[in-house]
Design a protein around this ligand. Structure first.
Ligand code: FAD
Ligand code: NAD
Length: 550
């Protein structure tokens, strides 16, 4: 199976293309120049000036028309997004579906859900969806923070029936009573800041939180790369290190320390962030801090023998060689033991302990379950003992909670990796499940209505509904379809492990970087975000990144 896989490094694919294209162009031009001569025709006379003018006008007219049509279409869709129409009101006869979270799983579910079937309530401490794959770009100022956020109301206001959005954290679930309690954890609170509501169905999509392994100093001295505020904090601290290093009279040792950036974790988050930091240094800091740029060092620390274990060997080698060229040090088999205010304590491969001075530490060492998820699991002690997350069946139903609670995304323990791709497919799948459950519940209600009647028509309808109900009770299990793994590695290069026919295509390089950008641009959930991100990319190409510290 493994041997039959196609593995090609993108560099060789990309390199082979230019030779094909000029050959085709050459053949075409040869054909164009030899054909009239072969026919014995005399050289064609140049078209009269008036005809050239006509052609120019035709071309200009065509371009203007296409531009106008494109602009009008863009304007139409932008306005349609901006001005949502009227919605159906809440319907007391419909069941209540509570969705906890506004991340990948929850937003994908909301996007696909037919809200006419339910009264939907969304509970999340963030009133927005965060496009996590582009978070490292925010940390270095390639993208502005707002470009990768989508307010949840922008989604819910476009749904058929009104959806209630509540900015709060779920604090407790009572599966027996089918109630959920949530609290307003924001800075400003009204008279009521905690409440309990009943649900018929609950979707648990609260994601995970940063894993610190209780290593001393991580929470106090490191930046994380999980939420929007983490990226903003990292950007501020990074620029603070630059400015402090530029302070007059700083010793060369202190400058070296302040400009040593340590990224912990060689998973995709740590790799992408190191690549982005390198781009910032090469493309901008060299211009604005010419006397300091040479002293900036980036070190990536990984406890395992290699970085990016989920990618193929060629791509790991390609990433390592790209990092070597970019002068990013990779320390594998090295474990962070403690983070101090001005240094990081490392256990080296030979088990020796080294105290390495540094200005900034970014902690990208993986995730763990949220406390609220562990509390929910503790309600089913015999069935929910997996430390990785909630045990679900093949239809994403929480084991022990019958069909009352569904769980998706990073808070679950499944055979799939905790990725956005998995969470969003699970969300879209649940939307189909809820459509089927709505039909099932309608059939059950109608059968109950018909129970009282002895009419032959009623009996016939009941029998037919019973058959339909038997079909509706069978829910197709969730099936994950892997679309490939992509990661940006800096220097305008990306790597991709893509499913290709029955095998696998491993590719890396500049073409993959363009593919990475277009893939993420198309994955962004809205026209507004696509436009903002594309504009940010153009702005950075034209004017560079901002180095002012807010
Ligand atoms: P999340 O998207 O984390 O959403 C959880 C939601 O729950 C949030 O809205 C949160 O505010 C809310 N919440 C938290 N606590 C509560 C509570 N008590 N009550 C109610 N709501 C709550 N994956 C990929 O496939 N490709 C990538 O390129 C990629 N890049 C990434 C880059 C970074 C920097 C990071 C951090 C992750 C990346 N991932 C990527 C992983 C991906 O982001 C996660 O797998 C994905 O977000 C999981 O989706 P989720 O819905 O389970 O959780
Ligand atoms: P991760 O769990 O994939 O990697 C964390 C790394 O940190 C591990 O390799 C671990 O060995 C290392 N580590 C842990 N403790 C350490 C210590 N004390 N010292 C040194 N190293 C230590 O975490 P991640 O990169 O944040 O990714 C989380 C999830 O999000 C994964 O499922 C990943 O696939 C997904 N993700 C995907 C992409 C992408 O596809 N481009 C990008 C980011 C995240």
């Amino acid at each position: 199976m493994q041997a039959s896989r196609v593995r090609v490094l993108g560099r060789s694919l990309v390199a082979s293309r230019p030779s094909v294209v000029p050959r085709l162009v050459l053949q075409a031009s040869r054909f164009a120049s030899t054909t009239p001569a072969a026919e014995g025709a005399s050289a064609p006379r140049p078209p009269p000036k008036s005809s050239l003018w006509k052609r120019f006008l035709q071309l200009t007219g065509g371009v203007t028309l296409v531009t106008l049509a494109g602009g009008a279409t863009f304007y139409y869709f932008a306005q349609r997004d901006k001005e949502p129409g009227t919605q159906l009101p809440h319907d007391p006869s419909k069941k209540t579906l509570v969705i906890c979270g506004s991340g990948w799983g929850a937003t994908s579910l909301l996007n696909s859900l037919d809200t006419a079937d339910y009264n939907v309530i969304v509970v999340s401490p963030k009133n927005y969806f965060l496009f996590t794959p582009l978070l490292p770009s925010v940390a270095v100022g390639t993208l502005s923070p707002r470009s990768i956020l989508q307010p949840t109301r922008y989604v819910t206001r476009h749904k058929k029936r009104q959806v209630t959005v509540i900015e709060a954290s779920a604090t407790d679930v009572d599966p027996a009573k089918k109630t959920i309690t949530f609290a307003d954890t924001s800075e400003i609170q009204g008279e009521v800041s905690t409440t309990t509501i009943p649900y018929d169905y609950l979707v648990w999509a609260v994601g995970a939180e940063v894993q610190t392994f209780n290593i001393p100093g991580v929470r106090e001295h490191a930046c994380f790369m999980k939420e929007l505020e983490d990226a903003e904090k990292m950007q501020r601290q990074f620029l603070d290190c630059m400015e402090s290093a530029a302070f007059p009279g700083q010793s060369s040792e202190e400058v070296k320390r302040l400009l040593h950036m340590v990224v912990v974790g060689g998973g995709p988050t740590g790799i992408e962030l190191s690549g982005e930091l390198h781009d910032f240094l090469e493309e901008d800091l060299r211009s604005w801090y010419p006397e300091l740029a040479e002293s900036v060092r980036i070190t990536l620390v990984e406890a395992l023998p290699s970085v990016l274990p989920m990618f193929s060997k060629q791509l790991i080698d390609y990433t390592e060689s790209t990092f070597k060229e970019a002068k990013i040090d990779i320390l594998t088999k090295t474990m962070v033991k403690e983070i101090k205010e001005k240094s990081v304590v490392l256990q080296m491969p030979d088990k020796s302990i080294v105290d390495v001075p540094c200005g900034l530490v970014v902690w990208a060492a993986g995730n763990t379950l949220r406390k609220v998820t562990r509390d929910l699991m503790s309600k089913f002690p015999s069935l929910q003992a997996n430390r990785r997350g909630i045990t679900v069946d093949e239809c994403m139903r929480m084991a022990g909670a019958s069909d009352g609670i569904f769980a998706i995304g990073d808070c679950t323990a499944t055979s799939y990796a905790p990725t956005a791709q998995v969470a969003s497919q699970e969300g879209a799948y649940l939307a189909r499940v809820f459509a089927q459950l709505a039909r099932r519940d309608e059939a059950v209600a109608r059968i109950q209505e018909l129970e009282a009647s002895a009419e032959p028509e009623a009996k016939a309808e009941r029998d037919s509904l019973a058959k339909r109900l038997a079909k509706l009770e069978k829910i197709r299990p969730f099936k994950y379809s892997h679309q490939g793994s992509l990661a940006y590695i800096g220097s305008d290069k990306a790597i991709a492990d893509l499913p290709f026919f029955n095998g696998n295509l491993a590719t890396g390089g500049v073409a993959t970087f363009l593919f990475w950008r277009s893939a993420y641009l198309s994955t962004l959930f809205s026209l507004r975000n696509r436009t903002l991100v594309a504009t940010d990319w153009m702005k950075v190409k034209l004017f560079g990144r901002d180095v002012s510290r807010e």
